[in-house]
Ligand binder design. Structure first.
Ligand code: SF4
Length: 391
């Protein structure tokens, strides 16, 4: 199942994101580009998506694919034949690394023995399953399509099918959530021994049913306050560390060697191409994004490559800012040496001053050449990271 045969030396690694914007039903908190779709709509979407992918054939001369990520939406909702078609096309069109990470996002209740066997057969190596909570009342509040039991069945089926790299997505700071309830979810998830756990705090997004219920003045009373939110966050790190998981990014925890290679591409400023509705790309210093609206995407997909070619590369300053902004998300932090290698110059004086100030105030710490946020710094990470975008 390797990609194209031939010369791969001197090519840069490439991560490929494929957006599948279909869900059985909309979760109440969700503002992602996703919606239910008829079989005809799904077939049409993939037809256009394949055309978009073909139009990017020229990338093969520069890159070797190291990761592929099917995200959504719910990629496990559509017939696996579509996922296979996409992978077949990618392999026919691009060289692949010998051991690529190929991930698929799945929701409990949409996985079957047959679909899991098909995913394994087509070379998918990693599953990311959305549990969010192990408490039934919270799953209902979130408007999820599944029960905890559905999740357990899906997880067991995935292990039986041979998946040895599984992520579980969890969400804290839910309405009416207590510390005990969050601890229960974490404990149940960790007992299953997944290789990776993502744990995000709920954000109430404008325009969602959630905002109407819980985003109002009265609704907010039922949300855990900022102090409890931070308490949950710190507990998560300590508890998961006791189970062998390292927090390698602000909200992501992995057993050694199971960090998400695909997400690391995003956080380390690597090159990636995104196919599908709303998908973003960062290639050769240029950033561009497909339309967030499905009709518009379907109309414009064939011209995506042309749009990419006509995009102007980001300025050196923007790329340096991004390096700092994204690098500080990760436990390994930023490094002077890495910065110099990448940009051919040392940290600008303004960065040095800010880093020194933050270190002195206990928001950052140094280890050899690397500088990273401390736990105290992570609590105000949005403010600190934004500080590197303002020079
Ligand atoms: S499954 Fe994910 S993408 Fe789909 S509606 Fe729920 S949160 Fe949104």
């Amino acid at each position: 199942m390797a990609g194209k045969k031939g010369q791969t030396l001197d090519k840069k690694p490439l991560s490929v994101y494929v957006h599948v914007p279909f869900c059985k039903r909309k979760c109440l908190y969700c503002d992602f580009p996703s919606a239910p779709g008829t079989p005809e709509e799904i077939a049409f979407y993939f037809r256009i998506l394949m055309q978009e992918i073909r139009s990017f054939e020229a990338l093969d001369s520069l890159y070797t694919v190291s990761t592929v990520f099917f995200g959504g939406g719910t990629p496990s909702l559509v017939d696996p034949k579509y996922v296979r078609q996409v992978l077949d096309l990618l392999r026919a069109q691009y060289h692949f690394e010998e051991d690529p990470e190929i991930s698929l996002e799945a929701n409990p209740g949409t996985l079957t023995q047959e679909s899991l066997a098909a995913y394994r057969d087509m070379g998918i190596s990693r599953l990311s399953i959305g549990l969010q909570s192990a408490n039934e009342d919270e799953l209902k509040i979130l408007g999820r399509i599944h029960s905890f039991e559905d999740f357990q069945k899906s997880y067991e089926l995935a292990r039986e099918a041979g998946f040895a790299n599984i992520n579980i997505d969890l969400m804290s700071a839910l309405p009416r959530q207590t510390m005990e309830k969050w601890q229960r979810t974490l404990q149940i998830a960790a007992d299953l021994k997944p290789e990776h756990i993502s744990a995000y705090s709920l954000i109430i997004e404008e325009g969602t049913p959630f905002a109407e219920t819980w985003g109002t003045r009265v609704g907010r009373i039922y949300l855990p306050g900022e102090d409890l939110d931070r308490e949950m966050y710190h507990y998560t790190k300590e508890f998961l560390a006791s189970r062998g998981y390292e927090r390698y990014e602000i909200s992501n925890y992995a057993l050694p060697g199971f960090e998400s290679r695909h997400n690391m591409t995003y956080w380390t400023g690597g090159d990636y191409v995104g196919f599908g509705q709303s998908a973003a790309s960062y290639l050769d210093g240029r950033r561009f994004q497909n339309p967030a609206e499905k009709t518009e995407y379907l109309e414009e997909a064939r011209e995506a490559y042309g749009r990419f070619k006509s995009t102007r590369p980001l300025s050196l300053k923007s790329r340096e800012e991004e390096y700092m902004f994204l690098g500080l998300r990760m436990h390994r932090g930023v490094s002077r040496e890495e910065f110099k290698l990448r940009f051919g110059e040392s940290f600008p004086g303004t960065y040095e001053k800010k880093l020194l100030d933050y270190c002195m105030q206990g928001f950052m710490e140094k280890e050899d050449d690397r500088i990273r946020l401390t736990d105290k710094g992570i609590d105000v990470s949005n403010v600190i990271m934004a500080d590197f975008l303002q020079d």
